[in-house]
Design a protein around this ligand. Structure first.
Ligand SMILES: *Cc1c(COP(=O)(O)O)cnc(C)c1O
Length: 950
């Protein structure tokens, strides 16, 4: 059987039946009606023939073999770390974790929420700050977020500037520079050797340790900043913080950095989880997701996303950030790594790294080399005037990559896997002898060491044996619904199959163990794979160029809008600062526009859900030469192929604007329409939707930009080419992520998907996505009217089920329906986006007819339950809907006083007797959790079940 036959859910006999139900005799005829002729692609996509699983794996293994795995001692933001196999196999390679969605539906996400809360607590403990979020995209963008956040949060110094440490990583400086320049926030880059700069300083960023390895005493700088009412961000190495005084103890307001070295491979630059921690009072302005502790209906402690959870959809351009997808899966690994080692284990690793670095420094010093800094953690810098290239070459001969800082200096970063054999090989290359630990000189001054105890909570002490860790991870994933148990019909999110063969190559050492700054000849396989994938995305989208840098869809939006702005600037159109965004757009659109320094003007939606062309014309009239462009989603966020999209593009082009087509929903278009051909100038795609990268419970993601030629030179540049101030060579646009290929490590997944699908297979994916969505829409339309349809009453790849009329009659809400679906073992559709009071469902092509029918049966049963309430037979508060989901505790309690039976509660359809999922908690009080925000791991006693039995 071909790959695509495995990828698709319905068998061909099923497809025939489904088509019949829709009144079509072929998929071709269905697509002819669904996709408007104005945008329809004629001819086939220019892609190679599909490969079998085996052949695709053999081909990608050839690329892997072209990468050369050297010992990585470059450092510079990426450090050698050991991934414990128990974490790799049971988290990174476990569909129970990697196929789950962002935990908006908290009751079916308690496992990953607990894992993320553990991550937050590790970060809080090590940084000495009160609150940490559940990851940011990378270290560089985390510093950029901190800079913008300090700007927003500092009420004492308004309209001032910030000062950033020139000893931050060059990629950090480059990304921060890009953000600040677009928002017109003034800044200076300084090494602070003369203290703080004069003037209205609103914020300071300090590197700790400095990116060239030195540990400085930053306490006086923090103090001085505080005296001037400036906020302080410390860009800190989390592992170094197991030894060094914490940013919190030093008086910092914010700490940010990378957690890659907590058990994650290099992945050729990403994905890795960055972190941010703040002190109390700043949590409401913090970007990213925040897990907090609340209570369920029985008073049991329960986890949920808190505060700004859906804020982009609510606050849009006023949102604190545009981050939607972050790095959840990687954060879960980093948190589990910390739990597996515990505080004493982490400290032992850090001490060993330091001692080994000291041995290397001692060896090189006795061989006559100059050691630049006496105080360092894991990175030794050698002063070798005009000899840096020679030293790099010597190390290379010994199979080791080290960092060339400039022509006079090299850096050597000692990693977790580097044992005495590696260290001996290194020092020998420089003609030196490795001393024993006792003979090592160099130490960290006592006044810089931390003396407080950290990670005291029992969760950081329980899972030392592999058996215990394996079972804990199983326990967590058992609490959750991921794609390995049920369809996840989330509209706009495209939760399709993440095939095992697609996933396999990402943990191969030839891909995973390549440092992003390794010499190019060691990464030939990576470059070939990336080039081929880029070419394929060009072929699919009809654009001219692709940048794989954005590590999420929202980052792509930011990069794309920035390109549009730069294009206008280059044409002398400085006043084009307004972007038109339909009110139905994904919330990240508006938030990204704000981040790109653009103003947002809303465009109304017509009664049929399409863009209101009259209002668009009025807005074009009103804003005229101020129009930078428009952002539209296609098919629209209402799940409809709008025939007038070409007209919309033409109107905006005629007004001098550029068209940003949000391509997160490319799924229904592959092989049928190309945004680069029907009017788009630039788009981002979401490889973690359409191209099979799993969601990982909220990241990783890849949001590549595809653009037409005239925007090519404004696509993000390579941070690796930045100078010491973070400036890029002239003509290059500043980067938006720290690694040139963003989340390179997961690109093999999309490569495999396309290689195994070919043009024909991608087309089939589109056809079946449209077939499945229309089948469900048709079957449920009588009971839950489909809000918007296009030509021939068809939807695209998703549909909005309108609950509002039922809600009016019964007071049963769309949220009640979502929670009740959990009793049937289903993940809810998208709630309240893009239309409040509705559910948007997207089955994807990977779901079988059987699974769709199971969903339809559940929805029909729920409909019957709503009618009972509407007809006054049951009060809504007492109904099985409002009391959903039902836990084992509730159903098995000795007392039962509800107006429905236990069977109706837990087994509303007979098939559940054979396969039943119980949510571990009942409905969670969201508002209460926000009012009393708590993000510490609850004490163990809180989980004493007896205390919470009803
Ligand atoms: C998912 C999505 C985004 C945001 O993508 P992230 O990777 O989560 O940042 C933007 N637009 C649309 C239409 C989407 O569906």
């Amino acid at each position: 059987m071909s790959f695509i036959d495995r990828h698709l859910g319905p068998r061909s006999a099923d497809a025939e039946q489904m088509l019949k139900a829709l009144g079509y005799d072929s998929l071709g005829a269905l697509m002819d009606d669904a996709v408007p002729p104005q945008i329809r692609l004629h001819g086939e996509l220019d892609l190679p023939d599909p490969l079998t699983e085996q052949d695709a794996l053999a081909k990608i293994a050839e690329y892997a073999a072209e990468n050369k795995v050297y010992t990585q001692m470059i450092g510079e933001g990426y450090y050698d770390a050991v991934t414990p196999a128990v974490l790799r196999r049971n988290i990174l390679e476990n569909p129970g974790f990697y196929t789950s969605y962002t935990p908006y539906q908290a009751e079916i996400s308690q496992g990953r929420l607990e894992a993320l809360l553990n991550f937050q607590n590790v970060v809080m403990e090590l940084t000495g700050l009160d609150i940490a979020n559940a990851s940011l995209l990378d270290e560089a963008s985390a510093v950029a977020e901190a800079v913008v956040m300090m700007h927003r949060a500092n009420r004492k110094v308004k309209n001032g500037f910030f000062a950033i440490d020139s000893r931050c990583l060059p990629q950090v400086l480059a990304v921060v520079r890009g953000r600040a320049e677009l928002l017109d926030i003034p800044f200076v880059v300084t090494d602070f050797s003369e203290g703080l700069p004069e003037g209205d300083l609103y914020g300071v960023v300090l590197a700790y340790p400095a990116s060239d390895g030195e540990i400085r005493d930053i306490e006086p700088l923090v103090k001085a900043a505080k005296e001037r009412n400036a906020l302080v961000t410390v860009d800190a190495d989390l592992l170094a913080l197991t030894l060094l005084k914490s940013p919190g103890e030093l008086g910092a307001d914010i700490a940010v950095g990378n957690t890659q070295r907590f058990g994650l491979p290099f992945f050729f630059g990403g994905p890795h989880a960055a972190y941010m921690a703040v002190h109390k009072g700043m949590e409401r302005t913090m970007p990213g997701r925040l897990v907090g502790v609340s209570q369920d209906s029985a008073g049991k402690p329960s986890y949920r996303l808190s505060l700004q959870t859906r804020e982009q959809h609510i606050r849009r351009e006023k949102a604190t950030s545009n981050i939607c997808t972050a790095q959840a899966l990687l954060a879960i690994v980093a948190g589990a790594y910390a739990m597996y080692h515990g505080p004493e284990g982490l400290r032992a690793i850090a001490e060993r790294l330091h001692t080994n670095a000291a041995r290397v420094a001692t060896a090189l010093e006795s061989a006559g080399y100059g050691i630049a800094y006496e105080h360092f953690f894991d990175t030794v810098v050698i002063d070798a005037p005009a000899r840096a290239d020679e030293l790099v070459a010597k190390a290379l001969e010994a199979g080791i990559n080290i960092r060339r800082i400039n022509e006079n200096r090299v850096g050597i970063s000692v990693g977790e896997s580097h044992d005495d054999r590696v260290l001996e090989r290194l020092v020998k290359a420089f003609g030196a002898e490795l001393p024993s630990e006792a003979d090592a000189k160099f130490s960290i001054p006592a006044n810089l060491l931390r003396t407080d105890e950290y990670m005291k909570h029992p969760v950081f002490h329980k899972y030392r044996s592999e058996t215990e860790m394996m079972r804990y991870l199983r326990h967590l994933s058992d609490k959750d619904l991921a794609l390995d148990r049920t369809m996840i019909p989330l509209g706009s999110c495209t939760m399709k199959l993440n095939a095992a063969a697609e996933m396999e190559p990402i943990s191969w050492p030839e891909f995973a163990n390549i440092h992003p700054l390794a010499p190019a000849d060691q990464a030939q396989g990576w470059h070939k794979l990336i080039k081929e994938l880029s070419d394929w995305l060009v072929a699919i989208t009809g654009y001219d160029v692709v940048s794989l840098q954005p590590n999420s869809g929202a980052t792509g939006e930011y990069g794309g809008l920035r390109a549009i702005r730069a294009y206008h600037e280059a044409n002398g159109d400085h006043e084009r600062d307004t972007v038109l965004i339909p009110l139905s757009a994904h919330g990240t659109n508006a938030a990204s526009a704000a981040l790109a320094g653009l103003k947002v003007a809303g465009v109304a939606t017509a009664s049929d859900g399409s863009i209101d062309v009259d209002d668009l014309k009025a807005k074009i009239e009103k804003y005229g030469d101020k129009i930078a462009g428009i952002m539209i989603t296609y098919p629209s966020t209402h799940g409809v192929f709008e025939p007038q999209v070409s007209e919309v593009c033409e109107l905006v082009h005629a007004a001098g604007g550029q068209v940003y087509l949000d391509g997160a929903n490319l799924n229904a278009q592959m092989g049928f329409a190309q945004p680069g051909k029907f009017g788009g100038d630039i788009s981002h795609l979401n490889l973690h939707k359409t191209f099979s990268i799993p969601h990982g419970g909220g990241g990783p993601g890849v949001g590549p930009l595809a653009a037409r030629e005239h925007l090519a030179k404004y696509l993000p540049g390579d941070a690796a080419t930045a100078d010491a101030e973070g400036k890029l060579p002239s003509g290059a646009a500043l980067p938006i992520a720290q690694a040139f290929f963003g989340s390179a490590g997961v690109l093999p997944i999309s490569w495999m998907y396309i290689a195994m699908s070919g043009a024909e297979g991608l087309k089939k994916s589109s056809e079946y996505a449209v077939l499945n969505a229309n089948y469900v829409a048709k079957k449920l339309n009588d009971k839950f009217p489909v809000l918007y349809t296009g030509n021939a009453n068809l939807v695209g790849h998703e549909c909005i089920l309108d609950i509002r009329e039922l809600t009016d009659r019964s007071h049963v809400t769309a949220e009640d329906v979502c929670k009740r679906l959990m009793d049937f073992g289903f993940h809810a559709p998208t709630l309240a986006f893009p239309v409040p009071g509705t559910l948007m469902m997207e089955p994807t092509e990977s779901e079988s007819k059987e699974e769709l029918d199971r969903f339809i049966e559940a929805m029909e049963t729920i409909y019957g339950e709503i009618l009972e309430v509407a007809e006054g037979k049951v009060a809504v508060e007492d109904s099985v809907l409002r009391n959903a989901p039902h836990t084992v505790d509730v159903v098995s309690a000795d007392e039962w006083d509800r107006p429905y039976s236990r069977t109706q509660a837990a087994f509303p359809v007979p098939s559940l007797r054979a396969n039943k999922y119980f949510t571990p908690v009942g409905r969670i009080d969201g508002a209460g959790g926000d009012r009393h925000f708590v993000c510490e791991c609850p004490p163990m006693e809180a989980f004493d079940l007896e205390a919470h039995a009803e």
